[in-house]
Design a protein around this ligand. Structure first.
Ligand code: NI
Length: 642
């Protein structure tokens, strides 16, 4: 009875204009493109997803509750023989390709089906078999080949090709943790379009570490240690949950938002609104919120590592690696699930059951006060609403949890877990650039950097970005006792990239240029980050250019429907010519405008022994807090004992 669930299937079209394409709509779009005269025998699909209606049109449709007559698909295709990429807009009702634009130099993202083909093909190559034989390994039945995006390092024979580079591990049995047995000194470059090995690089023969290290409950060495002193904790919601879901729009307490599953960004929230009480009007806060890009740069200079810089959103897509979630395991209580859908290279839709989880949690104390004169105590209990998804990207897991709080705070809590990427201990890096986690096995230093795109709408589209720095006036007149400090407010007028400043406790806020609170001051929301890191790439390197977004903690641009991905539309092997840095170079006004915040945050991971063999969750994220948005604490209406 403790855990119950309901579900919105991927097949449910509904009426909301931002509902993702259904599997039937994806199939229809695929059929239209295959019948189009630009289609060849060697064309494949990178993606088929919803083409967003114009923002104003979309809002009008939401207000009218209309079925969105103009459903369109964004389709990107690539020709594996011509190495070309095109972006198409498909009119679903009209059954035609409305526009097609070739994107010179672009290389499409890597699809999961291509990964599997690569992992199966590589071990059959004679050079690979010979390299393994040099390591005394002739039985390749438990070999593990992990394809990684190849990046762009300017190598001549890689020009124009669409590549992955492969790291190799040797499992001792089919379900063994391969990362305990890295095959050091060996790397394979694989051409995805030609489905062939480009080269096997056998740099140096190292002995493959033989000792196993596992974590799975079914394995005898773990089963034997499972403890018996943990008693059950159950969540009971005898009257059901406090949220409702209609047409993928969630309403809970003072929050309302639309949930979208996106093949590239995974979990997306649209049209987030908040209110100051049960009968108060809904007020716009954010038009669209997502993780628009991420990158995991590794800090080891050795042969197998310098290339490891996965842009997991742009190079792969979080949607295609989303987990089907399990009731009572990933989430507890009453869960509402949303199914997801993505496409493989044939254009076929693949449904991910229970891809997104919606549930409530108890959250301890909301507020409390005891009046010392009357001894009367007032206490309110907090609860929170979570919308989440978990992506498995090779060895790592990322959990993205948007957390809605009763006091108007919206938080993104990112959880990193899974297995650290490993290499064999080698003479080049030794243990200087990583941590030896078991004899002969090191986990290299790395960072996990995320870029959240927040299309702000604080009480409407007319917003301004304000930077706040806490300053200390000099001692003397105005500060005779040396105790004074105040927050200095600076309005940023043109698009910009800003960095942290620990000395001034810097933070940013987005103010409405139109709405005022009861005291006549602009309504606003503050951004507080938990994960502002410095990047460790030297400026001027190709990686620094491609991952330009990591060089500022906060970017702000005026809304442009075409500016969606801060490392560019086509990130795989990109040259860094289309990034947020080039957009910001235009110097457009962001004053009293429809503005977009891009917040870069993340984790510095200097591996610990305790992160091995499977890593306990490490967390990062940020919070958006109401700042003069409400006229008082908006939770006075929460009943005692609720
Ligand atoms: Ni890590």
């Amino acid at each position: 009875m403790a855990n119950t669930s309901s579900n919105t299937p991927a097949t449910e079209r509904g009426t909301h204009p931002l509902n993702a394409l259904t599997p039937a709509e994806i199939e229809a779009a695929g059929g239209i493109v295959r019948a189009w005269d630009g289609w060849t025998g060697s064309t494949k699909f990178e993606t088929i997803r919803l083409h967003y209606p114009d923002k104003a049109e979309c809002r009008a449709e939401i207000a009218a509750g209309s079925a969105g007559g103009s459903r369109k698909a964004y389709v990107s295709i690539y020709d594996t023989a011509a190495d070309s990429v095109s972006e198409l807009i498909v009119d679903l009702a009209g059954g035609r390709v409305e526009s097609a634009v070739e994107v010179p130099g672009a290389r499409p993202a890597i699809n999961v089906d291509e990964f599997l083909v690569c992992a199966e093909t590589v071990p059959q190559h004679p050079d690979f078999i010979a390299a393994m034989a040099r390591r005394g390994v002739t039985d390749l039945s438990n070999i593990q080949v992990d394809p990684f995006s190849a990046g762009n390092f300017g190598f001549e024979d890689e020009e124009g090709r669409r590549l992955v580079h492969c790291l190799v591990y040797l499992r001792s049995d089919p379900a063994d943790n391969g990362y305990a047995h890295p095959v050091e000194g060996l790397n394979v470059l694989f051409d995805l379009n030609r489905v062939e090995v480009l080269r096997v690089i056998d740099q140096k023969v190292h002995k493959v570490p033989a000792a196993s290290s596992n974590y799975q409950a079914a394995r005898p060495e773990i089963a034997d240690m499972l403890r018996a002193d943990l008693k059950p904790i159950d969540i009971a919601q005898p009257d059901g949950p406090s949220f409702t879901v209609e047409d993928r729009v969630v309403t809970w307490a003072n929050w309302r938002f639309h949930v979208e599953f996106h093949p590239r960004e995974g979990l997306v929230l649209n049209d987030i609104r908040v209110r100051g009480g049960e009968k108060a009007p809904w007020r716009p806060l954010i038009w669209r919120a997502s993780i628009a890009e991420m990158v995991v740069p590794y800090g080891d200079p050795s042969f197998n590592n310098y290339r490891k810089n996965a842009f997991d959103v742009g190079e792969y897509g979080l949607g295609q690696v989303a987990n089907p979630l399990k009731l009572g395991c990933d989430c507890r209580g009453h869960i509402h699930y949303f199914d997801g859908v993505y496409t493989v290279t044939s254009g076929e839709p693949v449904e991910v059951e229970n891809a997104i989880c919606l549930h409530e949690e108890d959250d301890g104390m909301l507020w409390k006060h005891t009046d010392y004169m009357t001894d009367e105590m007032e206490h309110r209990r907090a609860r929170r609403l979570l919308v989440s998804m978990i992506a498995t990207v090779g060895n790592y897991e990322y959990g993205f949890y948007w957390v809605f709080h009763m006091d108007g705070t919206l938080e993104l809590d990112v959880k990193a877990t899974g297995i650290m990427n490993t290499q064999g201990l080698n003479a080049v890096s030794g243990t200087d650039y990583g941590t030896e986690v078991m004899p002969g096995v090191t986990a290299p230093n790395h960072q996990h950097l995320f870029c959240a795109r927040l299309d702000m709408a604080v009480d409407g589209d007319a917003n301004r970005l304000v930077e706040m720095n806490v300053v200390q006036p000099p001692m003397g007149e105005g500060n005779p006792n040396g105790n004074a400090f105040r927050a200095e407010r600076t309005v940023l007028k043109t698009e910009t990239g800003r960095t942290r400043n620990a000395d001034t406790e810097r933070f940013w806020k987005v103010e409405s240029a139109a709405a005022a609170n009861a005291l006549g001051r602009p309504t606003a929301y503050r951004l507080h980050s938990n994960g502002m890191l410095r990047p460790w790439f030297h400026a001027g390197t190709m990686m620094a250019k491609r991952a330009a977004f990591i060089f500022n903690h906060l970017w702000c641009t005026p809304y442009d429907a075409d500016e969606r991905f801060p490392a560019g539309r086509f990130v795989n092997q990109s040259d860094g010519s289309e990034t947020i840095a080039s957009w910001v170079g235009q110097g457009r006004s962001i004053e009293d405008a429809d503005i977009v915040l891009w917040h870069t945050f993340g984790l510095l991971h200097l591996p610990r022994l305790e992160d091995w063999p499977v890593q306990p969750v490490a967390r990062t994220g940020f919070r958006l807090e109401a700042d003069g948005f409400f006229d008082r604490n908006p939770t006075l209406d929460v009943p005692p004992g609720a």
